[in-house]
Design a protein around this ligand. Structure first.
Ligand code: 3H9
Length: 659
């Protein structure tokens, strides 16, 4: 039987009476208008053909269906709408079984739920990640999933947007079976079901659930949502499924979906989604092949170095961790092992995975061991002479094609590169702490970095499963420059009348997990203090300078570790300290500033403005390539709430409406 084609992206072949429908809409088989039309055409064909006993739906490549076509959001709707296609699948008179060959997300998972049976391939995964885009499932997910797996599990999956692999999907009841050849198994299942009563998900009653377990699942979702509204809406819809008819539930879901789709929250999260896909793409590197990296040297095994080592180990690299003495190397191994142990405890790593990582780790005090490294990342004390001396030594040890990366936060990587005979092999890899957890890496394209070195650094970060944002050389790179601008503005407001706890409360109400003064206390105030003292001699006296932080440091208030900083920490709990208020009031008096009250909105407007001005300067200087890159840095490195889209996005919105 020749292949049939229902529009360009949906084809089918007949296998002994079973119509095997395949979606081929690269890159992720999204449910674009032509796919929906193609699916309806395939269903029409199968309905009318007496020789067809049922259908199998599958996808090409690594994806089953990646979801609704997000690029269609915000454009005029095109019939047939996805709920129509999905309702038609569920109501179809002949059996429809899906062969889930890969990722089934969002609308793709909703297609799965509406089929009469579900066979998972070994690489299949299932998820309703809509809340991550600020929406709820809009084609039956909130109503059909609880019918299949129960309310509690559905709240967990839809409320968090997490995906499950094939085995968990079977355990939950989302998939019927796992098969090495899902297509063959699905064809067999169609034949088994042909002519019989079909299991239509919409006809199943939602199983009764323990109210306490429902409340606990809901509380978990709400606690994670940090002011975002979609997760709570999703939970509401899942809970409602038990008390409504399918039709009523679907109508409520659709209305909620449409309302949220047009919200600022969803626009912001879609911006983040596409910004992530663009990040790390450098046009000039399109035809540049990265160098091969299999062995990674990590110099320094403190908090940062051990985190980088763990990240590389768990991503399959061989790691040579260098320390100054054999004892320090052993302690480094201990720290790395400790992080791996914690990963096993929290089930993020298997015991075998831990063993495999340790087998690939060499901790040494012999710099010569780095001769076999393809990439060396230094994570030693942030001091220019320490780093330049190290790079000079590395230069004589590593192979000619090996890449040297510095993890400096504030130093000039060009100055470090100059210490080597071949600065073209030097690149910046600015990890965030703890490096085994934080996703963001600023990849610093230094003045002389060779294109294939930059391409290799990007490929390395991608293999670590992290988010690479490319930036040029500037003090503090993108993130720390914007963070400093924000802090400067916050300190101006202190002098003008706001208190640290008021500024922190405004940031937290906006969606930051912690305010800026609390963050400074966590990080410790001494490094910034030392820097201010270094810069004091060259500071322009005409530029406004706030001395409050210096006064606190002079009084020994160096942050949380000391129990005193911008706040006091009796028994570890952050507490407003009248002594800090007194220092601030004294500073105002000294400068003759009459304090005034600030509203939360005013505080946020000023902080955002400061961030955006600095971001605009970074773009103008060519340090950052895209506003979206700046947003990603602030979201992934500094706690900016993703559902506000990042500073550059939020202010773009703000010019059209409210923040
Ligand atoms: C939904 O389904 C709503 C329904 O409930 C209701 C509707 C009524 N649409 O990530 P990658 C593009 S909401 C359009 O690098 P990977 C992406 O922009 C949707 N385009 O690949 C990129 O383009 P480019 C729920 C999409 O292999 C390219 O594909 N679904 C979509 O690392 C490759 O992307 C989701 O939220 C899309 N849905 O990962 C799933 N998805 O090359 C979102 C991707 O031009 N997608 N693109 O930059 C993902 O999680 C990942 O892309 C996926 C593949 C896991 C599928």
């Amino acid at each position: 039987m020749p292949e049939m084609r229902f529009l360009q992206s949906v084809s089918a072949r007949l296998d002994g009476g079973v119509l095997v429908v395949t979606i081929n809409n690269p890159p992720v088989n999204a449910l674009s208008a032509h796919v929906r039309t193609g699916l309806i055409a395939a269903l029409d064909h199968a309905a009318d053909a007496p020789n067809i006993v049922g259908l199998v739906i599958s996808g090409t490549g690594r994806t089953f269906i990646g979801g609704a076509d997000i690029k269609e959001f915000g454009k005029p709707p095109v019939e047939p709408m996805l709920p129509t296609v999905i309702d038609r699948i569920e109501a179809f008179e002949k059996p429809i079984i899906c062969a889930v060959n890969g990722v089934a997300l969002g609308g793709g998972c909703e297609v799965v739920l509406a089929c009469h049976g579900r066979i998972a391939g070994e690489a299949a995964s299932f998820g309703l990640p809509e809340v991550k885009l600020g929406i709820v499932p809009g084609a039956g997910g909130t109503q059909r999933l609880p019918r299949l797996i129960g309310t509690v599990a559905a709240i967990d999956l839809i409320g968090t947007g997490r995906a499950v692999k094939a085995d968990e999907a079977v355990t939950l009841g989302l998939a019927d079976a796992i098969a090495a050849d899902p297509l063959a198994a699905a064809i067999a299942a169609v034949r088994d079901n042909a002519g019989g009563a079909l299991r239509r998900t919409g006809n199943i009653d939602v199983p009764a659930a323990d109210p306490d377990a429902v409340s606990a699942a809901e509380a978990k979702v709400v606690a994670r949502s940090r002011g975002q509204s979609a997760p709570a809406e999703a939970v509401r819809l899942v809970k409602a499924a038990g008390g409504l008819s399918l039709k009523q539930g679907l109508a409520e879901e659709r209305a909620t979906f449409l309302r949220l789709r047009d919200s600022e929250e969803s626009a912001a999260l879609r911006h983040v989604f596409f910004a992530e896909r663009s990040a790390g793409k450098v046009e000039t590197l399109a035809d540049v092949a990265p160098r091969r990296i299999e062995t990674v040297g990590v110099v320094g095994t403190g908090l940062m170095g051990s985190g980088i080592a763990v990240s590389a180990l768990t991503s399959g690299y061989r790691v040579i961790a260098l320390e100054q003495t054999p004892e320090a190397a052993e302690s480094g191994r201990g720290r790395i092992t400790g992080i791996l142990d914690k990963a096993v405890q929290s089930k993020r790593l298997t015991a075998e995975g831990r063993e495999a990582c340790l087998a690939r780790l060499e901790a040494t005090a012999e710099i010569k061991a780095l001769a076999t490294a393809d990439l060396v990342v230094e994570a030693v004390f942030d001091d220019l002479s320490v780093k330049t001396e190290l790079f000079r030594r590395l230069d004589g040890v590593v192979a000619p094609g090996a890449i040297l990366a510095t993890n400096t936060s504030y130093l000039d990587p060009d100055a470090i590169a100059t210490a080597t005979a071949d600065p073209s092999r030097v690149v910046g890899l600015h990890f965030f702490s703890p490096a085994n957890v934080m996703r963001l890496v600023e990849v610093v394209d230094c003045a002389r970095t060779a294109p294939d070195v930059l391409a290799s650094a990007l490929a390395f970060v991608k293999r670590l499963g992290k988010l690479a944002v490319v930036c040029g050389v500037t003090e503090g790179f993108v993130g720390n420059r914007i963070f400093s601008a924000c802090r400067r503005e916050a300190e101006f407001m202190l002098e003008d009348g706001a208190l640290p706890q008021e500024i922190d409360a405004a940031l937290e109400a906006y969606g930051f997990p912690m305010g800026i003064f609390a963050v400074n206390d966590m990080a410790g105030l001494e490094i910034a203090w030392a820097r201010r003292k270094r810069l004091a001699a060259t500071r322009d006296p005409a530029v406004r300078y706030v001395e409050i932080a210096d006064r606190l440091c002079e009084a020994g208030r160096l942050g949380r570790k000391r129990g005193l900083g911008w706040y006091a920490y009796p028994n570890g709990a952050r507490t407003v300290d009248p002594a800090v208020t007194a220092v601030i009031e004294a500073a105002r008096v000294e400068k003759n500033i009459a304090p005034r009250a600030f509203t939360k909105d005013e505080i946020m407007t000023r902080l955002l403005k400061a961030m955006v001005e600095e971001g605009t300067a970074l773009l103008a200087e060519g340090v950052a390539a895209r506003p979206g890159d700046i947003d990603l840095v602030m979201i992934n490195g500094y706690g900016f709430p993703a559902h506000k889209g990042g500073p550059m996005f939020s202010v773009r919105q703000n010019t059209e409406g409210t923040i």
